[in-house]
Design a protein around this ligand. Structure first.
Ligand code: SF4
Ligand code: SF4
Length: 107
């Protein structure tokens, strides 16, 4: 009997490893680096997040609160790690596809 037969039989009756995304979704891990979210009330407008952001994805609005361009963001979480008040948090949100580029912001 060819050696491959036991593997074929085993895989024939086992559950598939992959999921039928987007109909089935896997929960992101606890330390996932999804869309950064900003708590504007906690922000003290220190400017640290914009200075540390590697691709310069962060600018400030008229109230000097951060705006993240998600089309530039590389989801490294450096801003969240640097924020002294924890106003920026990494989230588990990863489905960020958009048709309109102008909506790719987080503030
Ligand atoms: S580092 Fe934190 S507190 Fe400072 S501007 Fe950015 S979000 Fe606000
Ligand atoms: S996650 Fe990284 S790339 Fe995105 S805004 Fe924060 S520091 Fe910039």
């Amino acid at each position: 009997m060819p050696r491959i037969i036991p593997d074929v039989l085993k895989n024939l009756f086992s559950k598939p490893f992959t999921l039928k995304y987007p109909f089935e979704k896997r929960e992101p891990p606890e330390n996932a680096r999804g869309k950064p979210s900003i708590d504007r009330d906690e922000c003290v407008s220190c400017g640290l997040c914009a200075r540390i952001c590697p691709p310069r994805a962060i600018t400030y609005d008229e109230e000097e609160k951060p705006i993240i361009d998600l089309g530039i963001c590389i989801y490294c979480s450096e801003c969240a790690d640097a924020c002294p008040t924890e106003a920026i948090q990494r989230s588990k949100e990863y489905e960020l596809g958009l048709y309109d580029r102008s909506k790719a912001i987080s503030k």
